[in-house]
Design a protein around this ligand. Structure first.
Ligand code: MN
Ligand code: MN
Length: 465
């Protein structure tokens, strides 16, 4: 070994690929975990579907619905279903909650194409739904992608109807049109963010008219179909949450099958491991373990199912109240991993990444001290002390992990739920799986990275020091 190799080994920071570090057995375990994850992706394309799926699994593993005013003690497993759109799972620890609670928080909403309240119209002998996109999308990516319709409709009489059309092989799907290249001379010269305006993201839903005379015969054919098959009238759209999501299923990518392509990795790739850590817990932890699956992160966490509201705070108040301990002391002693995705280095776009501080594929879950934009604006920026603790927990547990920022300093930026958790006076740091093509209709993650996140979250909730 040369002098410089010696120095590098003793003092340098080297970040290895999980492929070079893990045993064959660990790689097999990661691949098996990802088979379950792929099923979760296909079953849970909206926050409501994710809540329903995790609640069913939690009940199967002995979790009971949370009750206000009840006192919970060691070993109790509870779930708090917040309006069917966000969820808290908890396993009550041996120590009273004012010793601190270990929290992992991820989000279960993803960018998508929502319907407008009055969506249905016809033009050019075709029927369309008007839409209003949800979250930060690159609009040009969504035309010509096969779409499925998911969501709920609350009808005139107050009954609720669940909709899921396009996921079964013989279901119809839906479609946003795009211009043929032969006539796109003007379109292709526009900046990408203008080439496909939001008001052109209209979804094709039919083309055959009802027979006879009169106007809007194609629109009326769609209304008739919806009325006869679903009992929906046009006004029902106003009290609905219907959304178009990519119809594609999660699939392995690459000859080596090392990657997963899917809609909605952001942030199910963290939410699924979060939930699994609590569901798999076959011991009573010392500190109470909490997993939060939040809604509305992609639109800034506002709204009573997002993290910029009191539902986590109220839940912890209830735990503390039930045990007769001080809630402020509980919050101050609590710790949280804000589990959300990060951008993986993409060699096709090297200009926006700073290689020494970027996450690389297969290098494990990514610990991110701060996010934000334009000089760390809008970030939590975790303390050295807390990053040091998390780093030690990960190293002691043999978790493959790395660090990375979201691109170059001036290239852009982004935020997570971390700042809303910090507002509760809880220690919090960002950590999560790296994604390629984040917010695209079909995103890519590495299987080894997904399993690394699970291992990281499991080690974190187990820790009581
Ligand atoms: Mn996210
Ligand atoms: Mn996102």
């Amino acid at each position: 070994m040369t002098e410089t190799e010696k120095i590098k080994k003793q003092y340098g920071y080297e970040n290895a690929s999980a492929a070079d570090v893990l045993t064959q057995q660990q790689i097999i375990a990661a691949n098996e975990f990802c088979e379950d994850y792929k099923k979760f992706l296909d079953d849970c394309k909206t926050e409501r579907e994710a809540v329903n799926t995790v609640v069913a699994q939690a009940r199967g593993r002995g979790f009971k619905p949370f009750e206000y005013g009840k006192s919970y003690s060691a070993g109790d497993k509870i779930y708090y279903n917040n309006r069917g759109k966000s969820l808290i799972l908890a396993v009550v620890g041996e120590k009273p909650v004012d010793a601190g609670v270990n929290i992992i928080a991820a989000h279960i909403d993803s960018p998508r194409i929502d319907l407008k309240p009055n969506p249905l119209y016809e033009d050019g002998e075709m029927a369309f739904f008007k839409t209003h996109y949800y979250g930060g999308i690159k609009k040009y990516q969504w035309p010509t992608v096969p779409l499925a319709l998911h969501g709920v409709v609350v009808k005139k009489d107050g009954t609720e109807l669940e909709i899921r059309i396009g996921e079964k092989d013989n279901d119809p799907i839906f479609y946003i049109t795009d211009l043929l290249p032969h006539l796109a001379d003007d379109q292709v010269k526009k900046p990408m963010y203008q080439a496909v305006p939001g008001e052109s993201l209209n979804v094709l839903v039919g083309s055959l008219p009802v027979s006879g005379e009169g106007g809007d015969r194609i629109k009326n054919a769609v209304l008739k179909y919806l009325g006869e098959n679903y009992g929906i009238c046009e006004e029902d759209f106003i009290s609905s949450e219907l959304t178009f999501v990519p119809q594609m299923k999660a699939r392995d990518i690459g000859f080596d099958r090392s990657l997963i392509g899917s809609y909605g990795h952001d942030d199910r790739v963290c939410a699924y491991p979060c939930a699994r850590v609590l569901l798999d817990m076959d011991y009573t932890p010392e500190r109470t373990a909490v997993a939060v699956l939040a809604d509305k992160e992609e639109t800034g966490s506002a709204g009573n199912t997002g993290m910029n509201t009191n539902f986590l705070y109220d839940f912890i108040c209830e735990l503390a109240g039930g045990q007769g301990v001080n809630v402020r002391k509980t919050l101050a002693a609590s710790r949280c991993l804000s589990a959300d995705v990060n951008a993986l280095f993409d060699p096709n776009f090297p200009e926006v990444y700073e290689k020494r501080n970027s996450a690389f594929i297969n290098h494990g879950v990514c610990l991110t001290k701060y996010t934000g934009a334009r000089g760390k604006s809008g970030t939590n920026d975790a303390s050295a002390e807390f990053v040091g603790l998390v780093r030690k927990i990960l190293n002691d547990a043999g978790v493959v992990w790395q660090t990375g920022e979201l691109g170059k300093v001036d290239a852009g930026g982004g935020g997570t739920v971390a700042m809303f958790i910090a507002k509760l006076n809880i220690e919090v740091v960002d950590i999560g799986v790296g994604v390629i093509s984040m917010h695209a209709p079909y995103e890519v993650v590495s299987k080894l990275d997904v399993h690394s996140a699970y291992n990281a979250f499991a080690a974190f909730v187990r820790n009581s020091k």
